[in-house]
Design a protein around this ligand. Sequence first.
Ligand SMILES: [Zn+2]
Length: 137
Amino acid sequence: MVERRVSRGINAGNRGHGSKWLRPSTRVRIYERDGYRCVWCVRMVVEGRRRGADTSVRLASVDHVLPRCFGGSNEHRNLITSCVECNSRRGDRSVLSFAADLALDSLELEGATIETITKRIFVATRTPLPPRTRDAA
Ligand SMILES: [Zn+2]
């Protein structure tokens, strides 16, 4: 399996914030891979422009498993679907730190443990992205 690795130097000016650092088609494939659920809190998410009036679902974002500021890459294996709320609440904290925080939040996330949360991240980041479909057009 040939893998193309992008050296960190090339993206040194890219801080990973905003929406321009990831091509839109890859972003969608990450959402598809994760079933349009926040990997942290398992709530359904939608892209902003598709949300419409439905506020029962959360807005989707892509979160770095290992934060950029700790050297995390923009490769899909370091990226997970996160609702905007979880992404913002996590900030640059480690997976374990935020998973512990969520697991303590038992009223909101019944049954969530550090183990189940980190396992979801493990599974998501090791699942291949779905094939490109809309890129070709
Ligand atoms: Zn969430």
